[in-house]
Structure formats: structure tokens, C-alpha cells
Design a protein around this ligand. Structure first.
Ligand SMILES: Nc1ccn([C@@H]2O[C@H](COP(=O)(O)OP(=O)(O)OP(=O)(O)O)[C@@H](O)[C@H]2O)c(=O)n1
Ligand SMILES: C[C@](O)(CO)[C@H](O)COP(=O)(O)O
Length: 231
């Protein structure tokens, strides 16, 4: 049985959503009667495994105080940063007086509202005794090509190519150290890449394919479809 007092959630929710081409950041777009962010936070809280949730929001964010969930005592906010990694680091620092070095942290994108409690628990149950931690990920079912411009340079071995999802699960101290060591590095687009740069080999746990990241306009109706199917 996992001690819920030793597991924290961090949610980067400070992006502007350029690729979504919407009138507001995508985490605040309406979806099945709530905002994307409210769905994501509600799913994390309903998993009933976290001591608290630290959410990074933009310092210019006018939307957060309007959300009912902003009053939830289990949810803390931190100022978002220039890049996703900066926002995650800021959210980690916001709980540094409560989280211990060996506590687990699960980092989950605000833009992934289709996450299920089962996949959250799968990641925790699989890795809670692991030395390093790891991530939910998806194997590749299509043939993968190495491309330059509009030309194919070759075909990749798909058995070694997985698509990283979130949550990504690492020990508080090591994750904070890895992100502090890689500040400003554009190659660090997820938490695992920061750990990899320190020589660690995070584990892969196969997750659900409906755990999509809302990135482009066509992703919002797809997320709605998946969430309706999950009910
Ligand atoms: N400086 C940033 C950039 C991104 N994010 C968060 O990281 C998650 C994944 O990032 P992405 O899908 O790239 O979101 P955006 O950066 O908002 O999208 P875009 O690149 O299209 O602007 C999102 O929940 C986003 O809110 C963040 O907290 N801080
Ligand atoms: C963290 C992530 O969702 C894993 O696939 C992805 O790296 C986020 O990338 P983005 O460019 O910040 O959306």
C-alpha cells in the first residue's frame, strides 16, 4: 500500500497554447462543461494517491481564480516559467518545505485531461520500488521514417522508439536536482530527459493511447470523445 503522504503531483499549466490557435490558453478551453485544467486536476485528485497538487500557472493568468478548484486545499499554485521545465521546477520549489528528498513526484501535463486513475496507479504500483522511476509511454504501431524536409532518409527500428506521455514519476530531490542542472537546455522537453542527461535510465510503463495531449485544434473533440468513452 502506498503512503499517500509521500507522493506529490506537479502540473505544468502555464503554457500559452500557440499551436491551439485559440482565444485563450488551451488549459482553459471548455470541455464537457468544465475547463481542460479542471478535468485534469479533478482526475488527479480523484485518484486519491497524492498528498497535494502543485500547479504552475502563468503570472499573467486571469483565469485560475475563477475556477472552483482553485479553492481546493489540496491544490497549491506556483509561478510558471518561460519553458515547461521552468514551470515544473517552480512547482517543485513551491512544495520544498513539505516534500522530502525521497518522496515520489508525478508530473502531469495540464493539457492531458484524459488520464485515468488506473494509469496513475499503474505507474505508481509498477515503479514505487524502482531505483530511478519512469514514465507512461506508448509503443509505435506505425512504420517510422527518418525525414529531412520532404525526403525520407531511412526507416527506424520502431521497437526502440516510444512516445513519452505523462505522468512522469521521479524522486523529489533527484528531479529537482536534474531540472536545476538543465535550466535553459532546449533538449529537456520532459522530466525523463533531464534525468537522462545525468546518466539515469528511467523505466517505461505502457500507458493508454487515449491519454492524449491537447495540442492542436483537432485534439479537443478527440479528447471529448475519449472522455465520453471512459464514462
Ligand atoms: N512555459 C510553459 C510551457 C508549457 N507549460 C505546460 O506544459 C504542458 C505541455 O506543454 P505544451 O503542450 O507545449 O503547451 P504549450 O506550451 O501551451 O503549447 P504551445 O507549444 O502550442 O504553445 C501544458 O500543460 C502547458 O500548459 C507550462 O506549464 N509552462
Ligand atoms: C512532456 C510531454 O508531454 C511528453 O510527451 C511533451 O514532451 C511535452 O512537449 P511540449 O512540446 O511541451 O508539448
Amino acid at each position: 500500500m502506498t503512503n499517500t503522504q509521500s507522493i506529490w503531483a506537479v502540473v505544468p499549466a502555464a503554457g500559452v497554447g500557440k499551436r491551439m490557435q485559440a482565444d485563450r490558453p488551451k488549459q482553459y478551453l471548455p470541455l464537457l462543461g468544465k475547463t481542460v485544467l479542471e478535468h485534469t486536476l479533478t482526475r488527479l485528485l480523484q485518484a486519491d494517491v497524492f498528498a497535494a497538487v502543485s500547479v504552475a500557472i502563468s503570472v499573467e493568468d486571469p483565469y485560475w481564480p475563477e475556477l472552483t478548484i482553485s479553492q481546493d486545499v489540496r491544490v497549491f499554485t506556483a509561478p510558471g516559467g518561460k519553458e515547461r521545465a521552468d514551470s515544473v521546477l517552480s512547482a517543485l520549489r513551491a512544495i520544498e518545505d513539505r516534500a522530502r528528498e525521497n518522496h515520489w513526484v508525478l508530473v502531469h501535463d495540464a493539457a492531458r485531461p484524459c488520464i485515468t486513475a488506473a494509469d496513475i496507479r499503474l505507474l505508481i504500483d509498477t515503479l514505487q520500488n524502482d531505483e530511478v522511476g519512469g514514465i507512461l509511454a506508448l509503443s509505435s504501431h506505425d512504420t517510422l521514417k527518418n525525414v529531412d524536409g520532404d525526403s525520407i532518409l531511412g526507416t527506424l527500428d520502431r521497437t526502440h522508439i516510444w512516445r513519452a506521455l505523462t505522468p512522469q514519476m521521479f524522486r523529489y530531490g533527484r528531479l529537482k536536482q536534474a531540472l536545476e542542472a538543465s535550466v535553459g537546455n532546449p533538449a529537456v522537453t520532459d522530466e525523463a530527459s533531464a534525468l537522462e542527461l545525468l546518466g539515469f535510465q528511467p523505466k517505461i510503463v505502457e500507458g493508454r493511447p487515449d491519454n492524449i495531449k491537447i495540442t492542436r485544434p483537432e485534439d479537443l473533440p478527440l479528447a471529448q470523445f475519449y472522455m465520453e468513452q471512459q464514462q
